[in-house]
Design a protein around this ligand. Structure first.
Ligand SMILES: Cc1cc2nc3c(=O)[nH]c(=O)nc-3n(C[C@H](O)[C@H](O)[C@H](O)COP(=O)(O)O)c2cc1C
Length: 323
């Protein structure tokens, strides 16, 4: 059921991937997604050193024998990062699915291919997935503006991004941004995607390593409760609208410099909220699909629910009169 080029390529049961989430996608969440038949993706740069990443990979391998991936986000980080070391540590540990995001994976593809690894790349623009395909990746993920994290500057939705991507590349396309339930899953397949990638849905799961207060708060929000900040510094970021993020937007609108913005947009604020459950002064990343989230299930419940409800939706669609 729901077998696609993505399930075959990655050796997974269902074409459902969990997008990496900094400081959330550690061994517990990643292994839970893979155990439930999807693909967990570890957020490698949450780990301050390649050695710390190795430790997290080893913990994950102790929790699941199924495939999981490591993401390496190629964005300028607050601290200097030698990406090669993260790739090498990942490959040395025997991980054979590596996802990149942030910028072209081209400089690292030879390392991955020499090691016999599968290369996935996630991007927000059609031209960037074309670049990744030329560089030799095995599959691409395209994100619509609904997505949490960095959904790009262009503000094009998943409904348009996905079919454009499917027409543009030959490698299989995974759809991300705004998908949180069976309706989104079936819609993505209907748009031509061969898999889905979800972040926000897994953020509000039992296994996500964040304070329950944050998860409960997210469950009460609507689809209109996120805003895009950091567009002025060309690093658009979708976050929950709260007094803190509205202040950031106001600073951007009156032309604040990067130096002025940095203390306000620091990732440490989100991390502190994850730990303490105090979210008023934090920029919490979440997608528009937060409006679809009203409970805190286990990862297995999320995936089973999507698959079971997707079957019902497909049957209903058949009753519309297709022979
Ligand atoms: C709390 C949170 C943290 C995230 N951190 C990262 C990250 O570190 N690197 C990255 O490439 N994407 C990150 N993302 C983006 C997700 O991997 C994924 O692209 C996105 O959540 C998909 O959109 P959705 O939330 O609508 O499902 C994050 C998303 C969330 C919700």
């Amino acid at each position: 059921m729901f077998s696609t080029r993505i399930t075959k390529l990655l050796g997974i049961q269902y074409p459902i991937l969990a997008g990496p989430m900094a400081y959330i996608s550690g061994p517990e969440l990643v292994s839970a997604v893979s155990e439930a038949g999807g693909l967990g993706i570890m957020a490698s740069l949450s780990y301050p050193t390649p050695e710390a990443l190795v430790e997290a990979i080893r913990q994950t391998k102790a929790l699941t024998k199924k495939p999981f991936a490591v993401n390496i986000t190629l964005l300028p980080a607050a601290r200097p990062v030698k990406y090669e070391d993260y790739f090498q540590a990942t490959l040395n540990e025997g991980v054979r699915i590596v996802e990149t995001s942030g910028r072209s994976p081209e400089p690292y593809i030879h390392m991955l291919k020499n090691a016999g690894a599968i290369a996935l790349h996630r991007a927000t623009r059609t031209r960037d997935i074309l670049t990744a395909e030329r560089a030799g990746v095995d599959a691409v993920t395209i994100l619509g503006t609904e997505a949490a994290g960095h959904p790009g500057q262009e503000e094009v939705g998943t409904m348009v991004r996905v079919p454009v991507a499917v027409n543009a590349v030959k490698v299989p396309v995974i759809a991300g941004g705004g998908i949180a339930d069976a309706h989104g899953f079936v819609a993505a397949l209907a748009l031509g995607a061969e898999g889905v990638l979800m972040g926000s849905r897994f953020m509000v799961s039992r296994e996500a390593n964040i304070h329950d207060n944050v998860k409960k708060w997210l469950c009460g929000l609507t689809e209109a409760d996120t805003i895009l900040i950091q567009k002025s510094i060309k690093n658009a970021s979708r976050v929950v609208r709260n007094p803190h993020t509205l202040k950031i937007l106001e600073m951007e609108n009156r032309g604040a410099t990067l130096e002025e913005l940095l203390p306000m947009i620091s990732g440490a604020r989100g991390r502190n909220a994850y730990a303490t459950g105090e979210f008023d002064e934090a920029n919490i990343s979440v997608g528009q699909c937060v409006g679809l989230l009203s409970d805190i299930p286990t990862v297995k419940e999320i995936i089973d629910r999507i698959i079971n409800e997707a079957k019902v939706i497909m049957k209903r669609l058949h009753t519309l009169g297709v022979d």
